[in-house]
Design a protein around this ligand. Sequence first.
Ligand SMILES: [Ca+2]
Length: 336
Amino acid sequence: MISEFLGELTLAFGGGSDERFPTVVAADDFDAARDAARIETAIKTKGVDEQTIINVLTKRSYPQRRDIAFQYEKRTKKDMISALKSALSGSLESVILGLMKSTPQYDAYELKTSMKGLGTDEDTLIEVVCSRNNEELAEIRKVYKEIYKTELEKDITSDTSGDFRKLLLALAKGNRVGSSGIQDFERIDQDARDLYDAGVKRKGTDVATWITIMTERSLPHLQQVFLKYKSYSPYDMQESIRKEVKGDLENAFLNLVQYIENKYLYFASKLQDSMKGKGAKDKTLTRIMVSRCEVDLLKIRTEFKKQYGKSLYKTIIEHTKGDYQKALLSLCGSDD
Ligand SMILES: [Ca+2]
């Protein structure tokens, strides 16, 4: 009874989905008209004054950036996003145009782009679908339909197949229950055993059971399930996935488990992967910095330093250059 009560207390402080740890916040003493004038001058400057564009747009909240765009259009009779698009290029352009979208718009855009044309960018698709909570997914689905005139689920269905498709669709629906704050030890034990029975214990894999448990239970519950799992299985959950399934399905389950175990570390490790060796994988680096800067980049930064012994800020300096680097550092906020 007492341990159950203590368990309840621990989980109650486990955090809800509405917690925000942004590095980019609303600017005080904000004047949209003044900022719009600065952007106009910066775009008109010969060779373009990228520094001013970066200084303004990476240091405002999304609603403020929208206000600036509104004021810009009012004074110039031109669309600010189109103007920025012609003024900028390369990775800096991707960052700035990304910032002109709201977080759900940006996620929807990344999803659409990952499925556009021939072939699929599975890594992007997996990352976004695995790592957004119910509320975020609901927003993404809504925005996706508004902008692209089609359901997200429909595009996923036509672009993927088999169990991989089933897993992505289950995730995209956003059926994960919220944390009740109560540790249900029987349910934890049952789910751990079911995951084991459905995979390592039997011939083949009962993927449907894995999908149900991993997409419908709360994150704090699943963290306990994966710990308990080790008392049944000789392999931990990630090792079990590697043994049981292959290809995109394996990749998706691994992403999902890593996200469930520690979501901040999940993004930190993606950032680290994007900056391995020389240079950087700009696409991944940009996506995470832009999509998390107004959500939880502060926590990701802390986790990054803890895990890799070097700050995200210094790592960005080492692996990027020029105006792109300036924009990323500004989104990063400060050194740890
Ligand atoms: Ca098996």
